[in-house]
Design a protein around this ligand. Sequence first.
Ligand SMILES: [Zn+2]
Length: 380
Amino acid sequence: MPIPTELVGSLPRPMKLQEAYQKLDDGEIKFEDLQELQEEAAQDSIKRLEQTGETYVTDGEQRESSFATYPITDTLAGTGLADNLAGDGQFFAIFDDGHHRQLPRLTGGPFRYKTFASEFVEKNKQAASKPVKQAVISPSMMMLLYPLDEELEGYSREEFLNDVCDEVEKDIRRCFEAGAERVSIDFTEGRLANKNDSRNPWTGRDMLQDFIDLNNRVLDRFSAEERKNIGIHTCPGGDNDSVHSREVPYEKLLSKMFELNAGYFLIQCASESDKESVYKLVGQYSRDDANGVPQVCFMGVINPLTPEVETPEQVKNDLVLAAKYIPVERLGATDDCGFSPFSRDEKPAHGSPDFARDVAMQKISARLEGTRMASEELGV
Ligand SMILES: [Zn+2]
């Protein structure tokens, strides 16, 4: 079988759409007006991804406030926030360029999603002629909505985590029911968990094992057959062309991450200074049998944070080298991250999000062609 390839999920939102998010926050337009522009951008994403020949298509997350907050708020500024949440939670991440992203704060129970990703899948299925995938957020990211140190009155941490697992399970099941063929879980907080950033207390609490255990509580509710198509995405962040945790030694995460009983992994690698050592670690720690499923390792061969387009030759060479360490039947190719996980992202290294959207398509085409060339060279 040729080496499989898959995108993470998001694409840059057109500037016109980003401005509409702002106008909704400012009360200048209605939610329906925003939705019209989201729809237009989503249709365009699907059409353009299909033109590249991408295996599974997405709407580029054009309808989502972000990869992490789509279930609980309509905009990043908190317009349309779900019940029992306030806007002033902890920082999710502080990025290398100094900007940060903040999560809402849970004020009481119960915790419920207001939007499930299956709503997007249903719409995308109607527009697409190719198979559809959907990215969803991890239970471990939702875990950060609960205050770090206090217990909420009348709603214990354990009750909350039970609710989180139920909501995430529903989110995944409903995506499959709506016709998604693949569902990947965004787990960008994994590497960040070992950052020990004094400005961001949760990153100093050694939470990685708790994250993995919580995510496995959800994964273990699915059969091996279902888990073949449930993935985990890891990265050091990707927002405004900046990262949050690339300096954290990768082995701290990779030595633990494959404890997750997922059938595939979308692993940032193209932007690493020593890619070969990452292939080695992935080969060393990934498993042939994770409770009944082999772990297929999709290595990042494209960096979505730079405007320079990788060549198919570069992609091919990366994959051929990766195959020295990762069994080729468990090797895949992906991008290091979504191209724009947050709805407000001006893509400064690119000059504009509209240009970055064009660049993303060229990068995806290079990944597809390079992966084809690698399969040919490796004889698979
Ligand atoms: Zn990512």
